[in-house]
Ligand binder design. Structure first.
Ligand code: HEM
Length: 693
């Protein structure tokens, strides 16, 4: 069901709703996504570079043309010139008809200057502009790929008043990440993530980043990563026991949820020695972590940052839930910081290079023991950054690798053969990592096809020249890793899953071996600090799951063998990765004899561990509450837009695409009045609820 704002009808923001059908539950927000650049089919890619079009659902009336048709019609292409050029050309126009040799000479000189400017300036860059604002609320990398095929490896994407340069050229990516890295900041990303990561490593810029990087990197030393291998094995056994139980009961397993919980348990132990135990239970801390994570993803794909308006932070249910969750998370982190300080104080271990506490080998222990003079706020920012960076990414890599193996039996067989030969029934060791070469190539290739994150964000801090273009200070960039990884100039058969493209007897692929055409962990000074940790974690987990089970997609959920994509910071599935597991003949091991306390995954409470639709994170799975929350969110968008000085609004998060007229003039005033009314009622309900407490 779409709101009036999304459909462009005269706005009625009231509460009357037709109860959604039960089947709509897993498709929250699907109607909106379908009308945008949203869900993408992974199969059936017969086009030049193998891109499939966004699927449409008959239930969603969507009159617009496909993106390809719109590109072909020239809708997005706008000739561009800078103000200086406009001035110069205007002056040339004035003197062009003056019959005087000096004027003619001047006109020729001005023409030359104009040509020179045009050749050098950003205005030479192709522009994709037009009514494509809903790109901001959809999986951005999908339309960016289509636009890249039409406009080339560097083009400007204009979304309303915002402009981004989209880079799909490996040499330019190298310039930005390596050669001229100091000229770029994280820009928009720092703004979006401020509420949760503050000045943690990912969003930090300038001096703060330098200092924190110098402090955090040494904590992930070789001895630390090696010590984590045993922990990965323990978690693998624990997780496999749950899979074994589900398999015995003949239940379908949703693997994205499974990997998300497994990765949360691992990163909690690794970063601050905290056992979330999320594969077994859901508690308020786990719920709070996921509420905050989903909010971070939601903000990165929402066009109007209405949460910047202070009262809305507490009025919109999802914002309220987020603020409350932040309190829980911060309290927990403060508690862990205090606990670790005590452990370090009581310990007589000396802080030496490659320090690793026997009692508590966590990163937090290292940071505190290093004696670094740092505020609790900075420590919390660092911990939150590592938690998010190390959790979502790895879970996504494991999810998509499992999808690829479930749909490529030949490659699955090769992985199983290798794991049987190298590891057999015992726990994987650090030495095994060198031997599990094919399994590693499978993960390398999976990260090429599904890079996490699919887009890197940067902002020019000063004028720079890239590929001959003079770039102005403040220009925002999307380095599309998705495009780089599927660029037909750089990769033969770019859309095919071919782990063998990275030969076993050669170095493992990375940004250097592939000349910045391959950036699963970024590159240059801001390269991922957890790359080796993440690779070992992924190899061990995958090996432990694949040695015990054959994996097939459940046709009830994936009738055509496909799995839709949606995105926040990483690529999520649209409805989960549902598989049937079959125990491999003769494959035993500790985990297969699970005990009575082992729970199947579907016995856990509903926590939105997956990303997906923005609406899903309102802190409830009740359809009515979600619908109401949507109303309040849309009301907040309207009031937020008005507060920000806007005089019109189109829609909250989707459905705009050309056919949605602006709500402006009197209709805007009416929408604002209605929105204020909804928010006032919401506030009254909040006060009542507080009193009742
Ligand atoms: C498969 C899993 C992972 C993937 C695909 C991944 C990917 C990336 C990428 C692409 C970047 C660069 C972002 C940019 O340049 O804008 C990055 C940065 C970062 N990653 Fe990872 N990462 C993974 C796991 C981890 C883990 C396990 C940790 C920590 C334990 C971690 C911590 C970080 C941090 C702190 C940064 C920021 C570095 C800086 O800006 O100095 N990552 N990651």
């Amino acid at each position: 069901m779409q709101s009036s704002l999304a459909t462009g009808r005269a706005p009625t923001l009231g509460r009357a709703r037709v109860a959604p059908s039960a089947s709509s539950r897993s498709n929250l927000g699907a109607g909106r996504a379908m009308c945008g650049f949203g869900s993408e089919s992974l199969r059936g890619s017969g086009r030049a570079a193998g891109v499939t079009l966004p699927r449409r659902r008959a239930a969603t009336p969507c009159r617009a043309k496909t993106l390809e048709e719109r590109i072909a019609s020239g809708e997005f292409t706008k000739p561009r010139s800078s103000p200086a050029e406009d001035l110069l050309n205007g002056f040339r126009g004035l003197i062009r008809n003056v019959d005087n040799p000096q004027a003619r000479g001047l006109s020729v000189s001005l023409a030359k200057l104009s040509r020179k400017w045009r050749n050098e300036s950003m205005s030479r860059m192709p522009v994709a502009a037009g009514d494509i604002r809903e790109i901001a609320g959809q999986p951005v990398f999908v339309p960016l790929y289509k636009l890249f095929l039409a406009y080339g490896e560097m083009f400007i994407l204009a979304i309303g008043p915002k402009k981004f340069v989209v880079v799909s050229d490996n040499e330019v990516a190298k310039e930005m990440l390596l050669t001229q890295a100091n000229s770029f900041s994280k820009g928009l990303l720092s703004e979006i993530l401020d509420f949760v990561m503050g000045t943690g490593l990912i969003p930090a810029n300038g001096e703060t980043w330098k200092i924190r990087r110098r402090t955090v990197v040494p904590s992930l030393h070789k001895k630390y990563v090696a010590s984590m291998v045993d922990m990965f094995g323990d978690c693998g056994v624990h997780g496999s026991a749950q899979l074994a139980k589900s398999e015995r009961e003949g239940k379908t397993v949703e693997m994205e949820n499974f990997y998300s919980r497994l990765a949360l348990d691992i990163i909690g132990k690794a970063v601050f020695n905290y056992d979330f135990d999320s594969l077994k239970k859901d508690d308020p801390v786990i719920k709070a972590v996921y509420t905050v994570l989903r909010e971070a993803e939601y903000r990165s794909v929402t066009f109007i940052p209405y949460w910047k308006v202070p009262p809305l932070r507490w009025l919109v249910p999802r914002q309220k839930a987020c603020q409350e969750a932040l309190v829980v998370v911060n309290d927990t982190l403060n508690m862990l910081i205090e606990r670790t300080k005590k452990i370090v104080e009581d310990s007589d271990e000396e802080f030496v290079e490659e320090y690793l506490s026997g009692d508590d080998p966590s990163i937090l222990n290292f940071l505190i023991a290093s004696g670094d003079d740092v505020t609790s706020k900075q420590l919390r920012d660092d911990l939150m950054t590592l938690l998010i960076a190390g959790h979502e990414t790895t879970a996504a890599v494991l999810t998509w690798t499992t999808y690829l193996l479930a749909t490529h039996p030949e490659q699955m067989r090769k992985v199983q053969e290798e794991v049987d030969r190298v590891v057999g029934d015992r726990r994987p060791t650090i030495q095994d990592m060198m031997e599990l070469k094919y399994t590693t190539r499978v993960i390398n290739e999976s990260m090429r096809l599904y890079p996490q994150p699919p887009v890197l964000i940067r902002r020019a801090l000063e004028p720079v020249t890239l590929d001959g273009y003079k770039i102005e200070t403040g220009t925002d960039f999307f380095i599309s890793v998705w495009n780089l990884h599927r660029n037909p100039r750089l990769w033969p058969e770019p859309d095919k899953f071919i782990p063998e493209r990275f030969p076993l007897d050669q170095k493992m692929p990375n940004e250097v071996t592939e000349n910045f055409a391959y950036l699963p962990f970024g590159g240059g000074q801001r390269k991922c600090v957890g790359d080796q940790f993440a690779l070992f974690e992924s190899i061990i987990t995958l090996a432990m799951v694949c040695r015990r089970f054959d994996i097939d997609l459940d046709p009830a959920f994936h009738p055509d063998g496909e799995c839709g994509m949606t995105t926040g910071a990483t690529i999520h599935t649209t409805g989960g990765l549902h598989v049937k597991l079959t125990r491999r003949a003769g494959m035993g091991g500790d985990e297969m004899g699970y005990d009575e306390t082992t729970r199947s995954l579907d016995e856990l409470e509903d926590v939105n561990t997956r990303g997906g639709t923005p609406e899903a994170a309102v802190g409830s799975f009740d359809e009515r509450e979600i619908e109401e929350a949507r109303d309040v969110k849309e009301a907040a968008v309207v009031v937020g837009a008005k507060t920000a000085g806007a005089t019109e609004v189109r829609s909250g998060s989707g459905g705009a695409k050309g056919e949605t007229p602006a709500i402006d003039g009197e209709r805007f005033d009416q929408a604002v009045a209605e929105a204020e009314d909804i928010l006032a009622k919401e506030e009254a309900a909040r006060v009542e609820a507080q009193k009742a407490r």
